[in-house]
Design a binder for this molecule. Structure first.
Ligand code: C2E
Ligand code: CA
Ligand code: CA
Length: 858
């Protein structure tokens, strides 16, 4: 038995199989001479007999059969070919003269090698070593073993001598392998040791068989049965071994594929294109396990484009879609969806051409069907073995591998999609805030000066309110497109949220940034066509420059640009660059936002009361509740400053609830004293957008035991008009409770009195700016007069706020204005001070309906 190691030809390793070289040729020649000498030794004593010819013929057949029924074992990329030629060697030597055996073996080897087109040196070496094993064994038996052990049985002599002869050929083999440079010394030695041991096993088996056949009755039957049993055991064992190895490789491949799907650096572009390094290692594993020449993965990029990854021998030329197609067409009747085996023997010329293009004679193909489309195709080319091609187990392995690849690719695609979604805005396909940050950080590494623009396109609320969100979305998309067209392609653009965009300008100073900002504004300005209308919009832009308070932190820059943007609301410039003093304003805002909730809980927030006076009777009829925040650091804060911030952060519910509670509690105290002082609470837009607000008011009224008639709400017209659809029902329900409703700051908005008629309103409050100017400005006076008249004509109570001077009060009395509120009467006062004011400045009297009334004295 011999085991031969054949290494698979791999690109880039020339000479591994060549067997060329002067040293090798010399070695082959030497071996041949030695073989000839040994053969001569045996031939000298040979007196041919008639039977030798027959025996020689029988031996030729035996050697040929022994070679043919070689057992092939694939381990990794090496085929182990266990031939059984040792059996005819020992059997021959036992029964026939040595030269006959040597000649038979040498001639079979010669024919086989010629057939295989071995190079001359290799051919010579192989023929020589076949001769050596026979002749050396015979010579050892003749000159060493027989003289030493004259009584030993013939089989023992042959076996002992074979140990020597076989050692010699094994050693020659080892030298040969080393000379052609295949494998390391360690592997070569291992191979030879293995060859030696299996050779002895075969020899023993051969001798046992001969002794049994010759010695025992029906011995040949026993030997045949034994051979069958051994073959059966081998087959099972080999199958199990292979299954186990397949499993191991599957496991490894699936681990690799899974980790490929997880790799950090996938972005969308990479997931569809440059993926060679991701899949190649898994393909190589599969190739080794299948002992294939190459494994090819075609990954579908688009319907017409495939990306090809190859493991093993390079393809003779790049494959196109039309080279792949013929392999996928299944012959009629074959509806098996799994892998498929295609070999040169088929009739279809397209298939034969496809094989030619690959330089392959046998190919296994499997599709990679993804969740919704074909993800790719896997091809396995030519088994690296002469003895057998791919079998059904290989086909199954390819199927399983294909399903692992499919899952891995699907996952990878999904992950790329998720990543894309995480960094992009679905509406505009621009980046989102996260994507902007990610890309900006990357780009900023190699740039010194840059500017971040935050752009607010002021149209969303009006469009959304008037036309619905779908139209608002369309305008946002249009604005995003205009931005993209206006700015150079390398400028990173993102939609941060709502109608706010950001852009990163590289290598620019303030002057350039402002110019770009103005261009952007100009690009965004033309009206947006919506249905048959055209929506006007204007953009405001805040700029943060990297060298103002130098920083490279994208978040900081975005925040600063946002601060600059906020300040455009205050003045008339639509483009502003960040300066550090804006930062302080921002910091203060930030502190207020974060501290408000706690301020409510720790008693920093309080309610002040400002009296309302009925001008005709000088009676104090009620108060307006005005919120105050005693901030530990900033001192007393005006609501003008913090209410808007609180509103923007969604805490307005808490604030309104707090003021309502304080106001009703105080109202109840007065009520218990017999005083019918009404309280007015200011509402914000958000309160009116809250459908549950009326319920909470009802609950608060009940909890405090205050009649609804003593509670009033003040809201500005813009609060009602920003979203009338939602505000009106809430307002109607509040009015339905019996609560008074006042329109605050009247005259500053756009509303006409005609529209006031449609609102459930009891009172108008003339904005203090008109009242304050009344003394000096005739037009203010005219406005006040007009509002008083029109208000009365609509049956509304008219209140003037901001009454600071006697003149104003007198004018108002003269006009017939109903109620006055202002510093002239009192500033807003904290509870105790208000009580003191009441005591000092009013007089209790009995009213017409027997109630207590407070009349202002002096
Ligand atoms: P407003 O509702 O128009 O309140 C009247 C404002 O005019 C108060 O300012 C008051 O102090 C001031 N005022 C009253 N009489 C005079 C006067 O003779 N001369 C001048 N120059 N000013 C006068 P305040 O308290 O600073 O409140 C400002 C605004 O803050 C309020 O305007 C109101 O819109 C809002 N606000 C106050 N408290 C609350 C609240 O509890 N909730 C809500 N949502 N907003 C509130
Ligand atoms: Ca008010
Ligand atoms: Ca007001």
């Amino acid at each position: 038995m011999t085991t031969r190691r054949r290494s698979v030809v791999r690109p880039g390793r020339p000479g591994a199989r060549g067997g060329g070289g002067v040293a090798f040729a010399g070695f082959a020649t030497l071996t041949f001479l030695a073989a000839a000498a040994l053969f001569a030794q045996t031939a000298l004593r040979w007196s041919p007999v008639a039977g030798d010819l027959l025996a020689g013929a029988a031996l030729v057949v035996a050697f040929a059969v022994a070679r043919k029924i070689a057992i092939e074992v694939d381990i990794r990329d090496t085929s182990w070919r266990i031939t059984l030629t040792e059996i005819p060697v020992v059997v021959g030597l036992l029964l026939v003269s040595a030269p006959v055996v040597a000649l038979a073996f040498a001639s079979v080897t010669l024919i086989a090698r010629l057939y295989r087109r071995d190079q001359p040196a290799k051919l010579v070496l192989n023929v020589a070593s076949s001769t050596v094993v026979v002749a050396a064994t015979a010579v050892t038996a003749e000159f060493v073993v027989r003289p030493l052990l004259p009584l030993a049985p013939a089989w023992a002599v042959i076996l002992l001598s074979f140990l020597v002869g076989h050692a010699l050929t094994s050693g020659l083999g080892l030298l040969g392998i080393r000379l052609v440079g295949a494998g390391t010394f360690r592997t070569a030695t291992r191979v030879m040791l293995h060859t030696y041991v299996t050779g002895i096993l075969a020899a023993v088996a051969g001798l046992v068989a001969v002794e049994l056949v010759l010695g025992a009755r029906w011995g040949w039957l026993l030997v045949t049965l034994l051979a069958i049993c051994l073959a059966a055991i081998y087959r099972t064992y080999y199958g199990l071994l292979r299954d186990q190895r397949d499993l191991g490789v599957l496991n490894e491949v699936s681990l690799r594929v899974a980790s490929a799907a997880r790799t950090e650096e996938i972005d969308c572009a990479a997931a569809v294109s440059d993926d060679h390094d991701v899949w190649a290692p898994a393909l190589e594993l599969a190739r080794v396990q299948l002992n294939a020449g190459r494994v090819v993965l075609h990954r579908r990029i688009t319907a017409e484009r495939f990306q090809t990854v190859v493991a093993g021998q390079p393809l003779p030329r790049a494959l196109t879609c039309s080279d792949v197609q013929p392999l996928l067409v299944r012959p009629a009747g074959d509806d098996n969806g799994g892998a498929r085996r295609v070999s040169g023997g088929v009739a279809d010329p397209a298939v034969r051409d496809a094989l030619d293009v690959r330089g392959a004679s046998e190919v296994l193909v499997a599709r990679l069907p993804g969740a919704d489309q074909l993800l790719g195709i896997i091809e396995v080319h030519d088994r690296q073995s002469r003895l057998r091609g791919f079998d059904d187990a290989d086909l199954r392995l390819v199927e399983t591998l294909a399903s692992h690849f499919t899952t891995g690719m699907d996952n990878r695609r999904l992950l790329a999609q998720l990543r894309h979604d995480a960094y992009h805005d679905t509406l505009t396909e621009l980046r989102n805030r996260l994507g902007f940050r990610e890309d900006a950080v990357e780009v900023l590494r190699d740039h010194q000066s840059f500017a971040v623009l935050v752009i607010e396109v002021d149209l969303l609320s009006s469009v959304n309110d008037a036309l619905g969100h779908a139209w608002g979305d369309r305008i946002i998309v249009a604005a995003g497109r205009r931005l993209r067209e206006q700015l150079p392609a390398d400028v990173i653009i993102a939609r941060l949220e709502g109608d706010t965009f950001a852009a990163l300008l590289l290598d620019c100073d303030e002057g350039e940034a402002v110019i770009v900002a103005e261009q952007v504004r100009a690009a965004l300005r033309p009206p947006y066509p919506v249905e048959k209308l055209e929506v006007e919009s204007s953009a405001r832009i805040g700029i943060a420059l990297s060298d103002v308070e130098p920083t490279r932190d994208v978040d900081t820059l975005l925040q600063r640009a946002d601060v600059a943007l906020q300040t455009t609301r205050l003045g008339d410039a639509s483009v502003r660059s960040y300066v550090p003093s804006m930062g302080q304003v921002f910091l203060r805002r930030f502190q207020l936002v974060t501290q408000f909730r706690q301020a409510l809980d720790t008693g920093q927030v309080d309610v002040h009361f400002q009296p309302k006076l009925a001008l005709a009777t000088r009676q104090v009829i009620g108060v307006e509740a005005l919120v105050r925040w005693q901030h530990p650091e900033f001192g007393m804060l005006d609501p003008e400053e913090f209410v808007a911030i609180v509103e923007a952060t969604g805490l307005i519910d808490a604030l309104t609830g707090f003021v309502l509670d304080q106001a009703l509690a105080q109202c109840r105290v007065w009520f218990d004293r017999g005083l019918g002082l009404s309280v007015a609470v200011n509402l914000s837009v958000r309160n009116l957008a809250d459908a549950e607000f009326p319920e909470r008011v009802t609950e608060a009224l009940q909890r405090h035991g205050v009649p609804p008639g003593l509670l009033g709400f003040e809201l500005t017209e813009s609060a009602v008009m920003s979203d009338p659809e939602r505000a009106l029902p809430v307002l109607r329900r509040l009015h339905g409770l019996g609560v008074h409703i006042a329109v605050d700051d009247f005259g500053t908005g756009y509303s006409s009195l005609a529209y006031l008629r449609r609102l459930p309103v009891d009172e108008v409050k003339i904005d203090k700016s008109f009242v304050l100017g009344m003394g000096s400005d005739l037009s203010d006076l005219a406005v006040v007069r007009a509002i008083v008249d029109l208000g009365h004509s609509l049956g509304l109570t008219v209140v003037a706020e901001g009454v600071e001077e006697d003149v104003a009060r007198d004018h108002l009395i003269e006009m017939g204005c109903d109620v006055a509120q202002g510093y002239l009467i009192s500033r807003p006062l904290a509870c105790e001070r208000f009580e003191a004011w009441l005591r000092a400045r009013t007089m209790r009297a009995r009213g017409r309906r027997d109630e207590t009334v407070l009349t202002l004295v002096r």
